[in-house]
Design a binder for this molecule. Structure first.
Ligand SMILES: Cc1ncc(COP(=O)(O)O)c(C=O)c1O
Length: 380
């Protein structure tokens, strides 16, 4: 036997809830993936490249043609300039990019500020790097950031802050004011930033996504992570990218080349083709997913849940405090078995879960499925 380096870590909640959903034949709104297919042109491009024999290693940093498309899209959608050669790295999923970024910049004894509830891959990466995660909870119910509390947690050992906007699991998004506060802190204390922006295009009700790349002082010290899985409805293709200034990118690539070395070749070719042919596609996502959010939330009007419509991502939190005061983990499992609906308890994303009663539902599903789930939820 070996001493575990991650003694507190078990199988992720996503794996557990999806397995339970399968076992019970429940509708699975737990794990975040669409139940509809990606654009046909993207699927066609993928099979074309596989059949054309593009099946060997790509360059370590990613195909240049894809990195050029990424740079063009960053300019188009965010008005951000970046150099495809020295600032963009294609990675096999944002998770790998986040892991490599943490490994690249966190040393033994460093402190890293994370905002709870936080995506479950962050802390294990910090721990494996020898660092310590310092958890700051988001505000109860509003899930806003208390920047004073973040500032108070900064010590001489603080090396890095990790943020995620739009936010999984809460469905909130950082405002311009939040970004300015973050920029001020990071600059004043000379910190690095990992900005997880995998849901960048999924923001609703006319909101704008604020990328860390758009703020000069953040841009200089930030690894920004994006996922084609989310943008193009191909989560199983596990491909994304990291944008960081040349010096940070060089360090990220040192780790990346020995963790995965490269991302998958035909996926990169297919995504590059699709981006070139449909550069405006990401701009269609907000309306598409807002409609799904509204379909789900409207159908819940007669229910006993308290619903604050999600501001971004494809997740909707439902407050079940009028129905039960059972812990969310217990309830998520019970409802999967009893009502045939699998969701995600959000307490698992906290170091110290507060007294609140929320379950997370993924609405990247067909309208029929969303209406069926809502009907069942209305009966609870
Ligand atoms: C907040 C957040 N970050 C990162 C990821 C990972 O993205 P990928 O599938 O590209 O690794 C996810 C996936 O669910 C996520 O929700």
């Amino acid at each position: 036997m070996i001493d575990s380096k991650l003694p507190g870590v078990g199988t992720t909640i996503f794996t557990r809830m999806s397995a339970l959903a399968n076992e019970c034949g429940a509708i699975n709104l737990s794990q975040g993936f669409p139940d509809f297919d990606a654009p046909q042109a993207l699927l066609d491009a993928m099979s074309r490249h596989v059949l054309a024999g593009h099946n060997q290693y790509a360059p370590m940093a990613g195909l240049l043609s894809l990195r050029e498309q990424i740079a063009a899209q960053l300019l188009l959608h965010r008005d951000v300039n970046c150099d495809p050669d020295s600032e963009i790295t294609v990675v096999p999923g944002a998770t790998e990019g986040i892991y490599c970024a943490v490994m690249a910049c966190v040393a033994r004894g460093d402190e890293v500020i994370v905002l709870d509830p936080c995506y479950d891959s962050y802390e294990p990466a910090i721990t494996l790097a020898g660092g310590r995660a310092v958890h700051i909870p988001l505000a109860l119910h509003s899930f806003g950031v208390d920047w004073q509390r973040v500032a108070d947690a900064i010590t001489p050992r603080t090396r890095l802050i990790m943020v995620n906007s739009p936010h999984n699991p809460c469905g909130v998004a950082l405002s311009l004011e939040d970004m300015l506060q973050l920029q001020d802190l990071v600059e004043r204390h000379n910190l690095l930033l990992i900005s997880d922006e995998v849901y960048e295009h999924l923001v609703f009700d006319g909101r704008q996504h604020h990328s860390a790349l758009q703020f000069p002082a953040l841009r200089q010290r930030c690894f920004a992570l994006f996922s084609f899985g989310k943008t193009y409805s191909v989560t199983g293709w596990k491909t994304g990218y990291c944008v960081a200034p040349p010096a940070l990118t060089a360090e990220l690539r040192k780790v990346h080349q020995f963790v995965c070395f490269v991302a998958v070749t035909p996926v990169q070719l297919a995504v590059a083709d699709f981006m070139a042919a449909a550069p405006d596609y990401p701009a269609t996502l907000a309306a598409f997913y807002q409609h799904k959010r509204d379909t789900f939330c409207s159908a819940l009007r007669g229910s006993r849940f308290r619903v604050t419509p999600s501001a971004g991502t494809y997740f909707q939190l439902l407050d079940y405090s009028a129905i039960s005061d059972a812990p969310d983990r217990e309830l998520a499992e019970d409802w999967t078995r009893r009502h045939g609906i699998a969701s995600i308890p959000i307490s698992v994303f906290y170091e110290e879960p507060p007294q609140q009663h929320y379950l997370r539902f993924c609405f990247a599903k067909t309208d029929e499925v969303l209406l069926q789930v809502a009907e069942r939820l209305c009966e609870i």
